[in-house]
Design a protein around this ligand. Structure first.
Ligand SMILES: Nc1ncnc2c1ncn2[C@@H]1O[C@H](COP(=O)(O)OP(=O)(O)O)[C@@H](O)[C@H]1O
Ligand SMILES: [Mg+2]
Length: 326
């Protein structure tokens, strides 16, 4: 495998998604980058913007095994992980595996379940293994969660605890489609599908072994210069010292930035990371790990996003990459 092949395959995957999902290529690219970095992705947006649909399309196009859990107020940990049941015929307990044993787990409306249930996902997301009644089980590769949530100001939601937020590599939002043509295209596609959910009609563009091979290629073959490492460290450290910030980005935030930047280089057909690969993800990889001081948050003139932008303007960009404005 080489980096041009990776670019080629990635373009096919993105085209495959866009055959069903309308718009926002940049967001789709970020989704692809995060999952190629084996990271979990949180989509936050208002209902009806296509979060569930996109997660289904994506799972299908990548040829991975996927399961969906609809989070509800009465969902229990065992509904996610599984449980041991008594098999009469064999006179023994056997593990009935829960939906977590999959490649892509669609955790839909994750903030509608109470924290205790949400935290059942924690070990799985971080360790890529689960413990059920004292027994530890490894999860398959790849394994990542695509979670969706409605904005927390909507009624009947339990905001994810900070520890859980930090587990997501990226937090993305879909946004509305931009143009009237795109709006119409959603309607026309629906007429063509003759049903609400096109998932059953979608053919995989790649398969699970190729997906894993690309993940490994990114791990081993995408070069990260020391200057890029310094650049990321500078950004992360500035989030901590900022006067308006209560809690800055964690080291995991810096690692996240590194991982997605590498994946993005590969998607672009480039074997090394540039500052632009990093910049592109600063908000999505770090924003959800930071908390503003209450007085500034209430005042409303600044946001985590505006502070991150300020930090980016302040940090010195590595010189030898300066002309790279792809
Ligand atoms: N960008 C889009 N492209 C194609 N269909 C869309 C898009 N956005 C919304 N839809 C349509 O709107 C409906 C609602 O989407 P859904 O995924 O259930 O939203 P959410 O999970 O965000 O509440 C779906 O049936 C889907 O067909
Ligand atoms: Mg939904």
């Amino acid at each position: 495998m080489n980096v041009w092949e990776v670019k080629d395959v990635c373009t096919k995957v993105l085209d495959g998604i866009n055959r069903y999902f309308v718009g926002n290529r940049l967001m789709l690219r970020k989704l692809l980058a995060a999952s190629l970095a084996n990271g979990h992705i949180l989509f936050e947006d208002y209902p009806g913007l296509g979060k569930t649909l996109l997660a289904k399309i994506y799972s299908r196009v990548t040829g991975c095994v996927w399961r969906r859990i609809q989070f509800t107020p009465d969902l229990m940990a065992a509904d996610i992980l599984g449980t041991r049941v008594w098999r009469m015929a064999e006179s023994k307990f056997v593990l009935e595996k829960g939906p977590i044993f999959t490649n892509i787990l669609l955790a839909d409306e994750i903030n509608r379940s109470p924290p205790k249930t949400q935290s059942a996902l924690l070990e799985a997301m971080e360790e890529r293994q689960v413990t059920i009644e004292g027994e530890t089980h490894r999860l398959t590769a790849p394994f990542f969660v695509i979670a969706t949530q409605n904005p927390i100001e909507l009624e009947g939601t339990y905001p994810l605890p900070e520890a859980q937020m930090d587990r997501f590599l990226l937090k993305l939002s879909m946004g509305y489609v931009q143009t009237k043509d795109e709006e119409s295209l959603i309607l026309k596609r629906r007429i063509g599908w003759r049903r609400d959910d096109p998932t059953g009609m979608i053919k995989p563009v790649i398969d699970q072994p190729l997906f894993v091979a690309m993940q490994q290629f990114i791990e081993t073959d995408i070069y990260v210069d020391d200057q890029i490492v310094d650049y990321i460290s500078d950004i992360v450290r500035l989030t901590r010292g900022h006067p308006m910030i209560e809690v800055g980005a964690s080291p995991r935030g810096g690692l996240s930035l590194l991982k997605v930047a590498r994946a993005n280089a590969a998607i672009s057909g480039r074997s090394f990371v540039t500052p632009d690969d990093v910049k592109m993800f600063v908000n999505d990889a770090m924003g959800h790990r930071m908390i503003m001081k209450m007085e500034y948050a209430i005042e409303g003139a600044f946001s985590v996003a505006s502070i991150l932008k300020e930090i980016l303007d302040q940090v010195e960009v590595p010189k030898q990459f300066e002309s790279d404005n792809r």
